[in-house]
Design a protein. Sequence first.
Length: 182
Amino acid sequence: MENNQNIDRKQQSIVCISALTATGILKQLKTQLNKGLDNGLTVNDIKKVLIQRYAYYAIIIMVTTVSNNVFGQQDHRKVRIAKIEIYPTFLDEYKSALAEHVKTAVEVEPGVLALQAVYDKAHPTQVTVFEVYANEEAYQAHLKTPHFLKYKRGTLKMVKSLDLIEVAPIAIEIKPELLKPK
């Protein structure tokens, strides 16, 4: 930077001190601090630069930490798998009722993040529903909605068995193409 004609030597030193402070390269920082003094910076000038940089990076660290705690580590989503066995005589009727319920719940409930229903091709009466709710409160609210109550009452006689499994996500990814209608 010493050959730059647009800024003077003091300004060059401030830029270098700022950059080295940001990257944490302390060995070179010490050299640049001495060079800054040689270039006309006072000890107070250097202190101001360091305080400004450290305050700025402290804010970034704080925001990053808070963001990680709020959005990363404190994931309160409720994720579960429902394994359902249907009586064979009700299979088509059940699939229709489930499809209607899933579509409505995802469309109208902000706390229902995902409902994905599939059946085993080899054993079509075995249905699995992957459920993701924003949190426990969203799940509890879901259980009280008119569309869920309609689904539950309407399919009660169709269900041979129901097993609800609480799970914790390891990774949940989905390509946008999967969500597009055919």
